[in-house]
Write a protein that binds this ligand. Sequence first.
Ligand code: IPE
Ligand code: IPE
Ligand code: MG
Length: 258
Amino acid sequence: MSRVLATTPLSQRQPLPRQLDPDRLPAHVAVIMDGNGRWARQRGLPRVMGHRAGVEALKRTLRLCSDWGIGALTAYAFSTENWSRPGEEVTFLMTLFERVLARELEALEREQVRIRFLGDLEELPQGLQSLIADATARTAANTGIHFNVCTNYGGRRELVRAARRLAEQAARGDLDPACLDEERFAAELHTAGEPDPDLLIRTSGEQRISNFLLWQLAYAELHITDVLWPDFDAQALLAALLDYQGRNRRFGGVETPA
Ligand code: IPE
Ligand code: IPE
Ligand code: MG
C-alpha cells in the first residue's frame, strides 16, 4: 500500500468522475491562475483578497489533481513581469507565499506531494527563499504528485539562462556545440526531468501565454475558461479535462482513427 493511501483516509479522497477516461488523463497539467483581482473587484474587496481566495483554489486544485491521478501540476504564481505591480501588492504576495508555505508544509509532507519552485529564486525575499529551500528538501523524496510553483518565473528568462549555462559548458570544453540537441537543452530548464505539460489551463478568459513555459508548451492542448481563478473548482477542472480528452493530439502527424 502506498504511503498516500496509508495516510489519507479513503473517505476524504475524491474519486475520479465517471465521465473521465482514467487511461487518457494528462500526465502534467499547467495552469495560469488569472483573475484574482477581478474576482475581488466584483465583490467590492481589495485585490489582495482575491489572492487570498486564489490560494484556496490552488489547494483545491492540487488535491483534486492528486486524487484523480495526475502526475504533475505546474502553477504560475508570480511572473518576472509581476514586479511592476504596486509595491503593496507585491509585498502582500511575497508575505502570502511565506505564510502559506509555512502553514501547509506539514500537509504537503503528509500527502506525499513533491514541491518545487521554478524561477529566479535568488531575487525573492530571504525568508521566502529559506522556506522554499526547506520545503523542497523535506518533500524531495515524496512519491506523490509533483507540484511546481512558478515564482519569479519568466519563459524568456528561463531560455536565456539555459543558453548561458550551455555556452559556459562549451567555453569550458565540457560541451561540443555540435552535440547540443533538444534533450540537452531541456535539461538546463527549470523543468528538467518533468515531462512537458499536456494541458494548459488559463482562467479568467485571457487568451495569451504571458511568458509562461514557452519551450514546454510546444504541443500542449489549451483550455481557456472564463471562470476566475478563485472560483476554480472540481467542476471547472472536470470541464478542462473533458475538453482535453475530446481533443485529437496529432503532434504534426495525421488524425488517428477513433
Ligand atoms: C493572478 O490574478 C494572480 C497573479 C498574477 C499573482 P491577477 O492579480 O492577475 O488578477 P486580474 O487579472 O487582475 O483579475
Ligand atoms: C500571468 O497573469 C501571471 C500569473 C498568473 C502569475 P498576469 O495577470 O500577470 O498576466 P497578464 O498581465 O494578463 O498578461
Ligand atoms: Mg491577471
